[in-house]
Design a protein around this ligand. Structure first.
Ligand code: SF4
Length: 202
């Protein structure tokens, strides 16, 4: 279960509300955009994402980046750069995997057969790294919960942790190899027209 995170810095971001877990049915989506609209230049695309973040009054953020110990290994990924970038903004923390009830700690998961867009298209799955158990439905549930929160709070931008099978936005692990692409939550947020910024963009 995701809970509100209170960054220790007094001038840090205002954390608005945690996302409460529920068990919605995993959506069957069609028509997902393959990628965000691109200018064709990696640097220009990153600048555009940074500008979207600067302009957003409210931002959805991977809870692990805020200091919540919700990673698969029970650790956090607190980032001072992320906290600084969120100063003065309202923050909606989300950990799609914990919110979907996958537990902390939990077995690490890799994408198989493609990346997040491919999962929603039914061409790829989310499998535990060691035992190859299928976690696709739970990952989709967590992604849907993130989207529900983004819509409820009218959040235009999400700042998410790179390389995660849920939150990655530029690179994710597929079958143990880091490759270009996005995670399952990122793909869903982008398909709904929201901008996803990587912590590595900062
Ligand atoms: S990267 Fe996303 S899913 Fe993974 S621990 Fe952080 S918030 Fe949770």
């Amino acid at each position: 279960m995701t809970k509100a995170v209170a960054p220790s810095q007094p001038a840090g971001p205002e954390v608005t509300k945690a996302v409460e877990p529920s068990q919605p049915a995993a959506p069957q989506l069609t028509g997902l955009a393959e990628r965000e609209p691109s200018t064709g230049s990696e640097g220009a695309d990153r600048d555009a994402r940074r500008e979207a973040l600067r302009a957003a009054p409210t931002v959805m953020v991977s809870a692990c980046l805020l200091g919540e110990a919700c990673r698969y290994d029970g650790r956090s990924q607190r980032s001072e750069r992320v906290l600084a970038a969120l100063e003065g903004k309202a923050v909606i923390p989300i950990c799609p995997e914990a919110a979907a009830g996958l537990g902390i700690p939990r077995p690490p998961v890799d994408l198989a057969g493609g990346t997040g867009v491919d999962v929603w298209a039914g061409r790829a799955r989310a499998l535990t790294r060691e035992t190859r158990e299928d976690r696709t439905a739970a990952f989709q549930t967590g992604a849907q919960m993130a989207l529900d929160a983004a819509q409820r709070f009218d959040v235009p931008v999400a700042l998410l942790k790179e390389k995660s099978p849920s939150c990655g936005s530029q690179r994710v692990y597929e079958a143990g190899v880091l490759r270009p692409g996005e995670g399952i939550t990122t793909a869903l947020l982008r398909a709904d027209g929201r901008t996803v910024v990587s912590d590595e963009d900062l």
